[in-house]
Design a protein around this ligand. Structure first.
Ligand code: GRF
Length: 203
């Protein structure tokens, strides 16, 4: 499967996917990495892997529709089967999502449906949670609410700060996202028209 990855920052999740794609039996290849931030560290990392990259600075476009149209045009060229959002910090419009219905996944640093949105680690600590974690889900029109593909949990330790919990979670994200991409790329997990998740066997 051809995969395009959208990033806004360091791209550590994108690199975890790139590493997984190097395994001979992995059912996906990254054909493009796009960012809304020209200075995103992940762009240089992707280029170092020989992956095609392109940046679309929001300020270069009059509005969100034009910004998305530029990204969609680049995606048309890349012809991905799947899109992975990996630290991509913009909400996609309903039109964009409809264009790739059931073929966009995202990783979110919490055990959804708990803590959608930002500052997930501080919120988990503030809520007194004893576990935290990450979720890979299909992207739907609502933010951080699509059908769940995979999750992984980490302990919240008594002296945790948002940063220490984020670091522990990121390590687990880097294992969970490649697993989730494998399940979706192999068709073992799909999103049905009505938004429900379909799994083949126990996955
Ligand atoms: C990660 O915590 C990820 O869960 C969130 O963005 C953070 C940075 O990701 N979506 P990356 O290092 O840019 O992949």
């Amino acid at each position: 499967k051809r995969v395009a990855v959208l990033i806004s920052g360091s791209g550590s999740n994108m690199m975890a996917l790139a590493d997984a794609c190097r395994e001979s039996d992995f059912p996906a290849e990254i054909v493009a990495v796009f960012s809304d931030k020209p200075d995103a560290g992940g762009l240089v990392k992707a280029e170092g892997r020989g992956i095609f990259t392109s940046a679309f600075a929001r300020k270069d476009y009059p509005g969100k529709p034009e910004h998305e149209a530029a990204i969609l045009a680049a995606l048309e060229q890349a012809e991905p089967d799947l899109i992975c959002l990996a630290g991509y910090m913009r909400l996609l419009s309903a039109d964009f999502i409809r264009r790739y219905q059931g073929r966009i996944i995202n990783i979110h640093p919490s055990l959804l449906p708990l803590f959608p949105g930002l500052h997930t680690h501080q919120r988990a600590i503030d809520a007194g949670m004893k576990i935290a974690g990450c979720t890979v889900h299909f992207v739907t029109e609502g933010m951080d609410e699509g059908p769940i593909v995979a999750q992984a949990a980490v302990p919240v330790l008594p002296d945790d700060t948002a940063d220490t919990l984020a670091a522990r979670t990121l390590t687990v994200e880097h294992r969970t996202y490649p697993l989730a991409l494998r399940l979706v790329a192999e068709g073992l997990v799909t999103m049905l028209e009505d938004g429900r998740i379909a799994r083949s066997g126990y996955v």
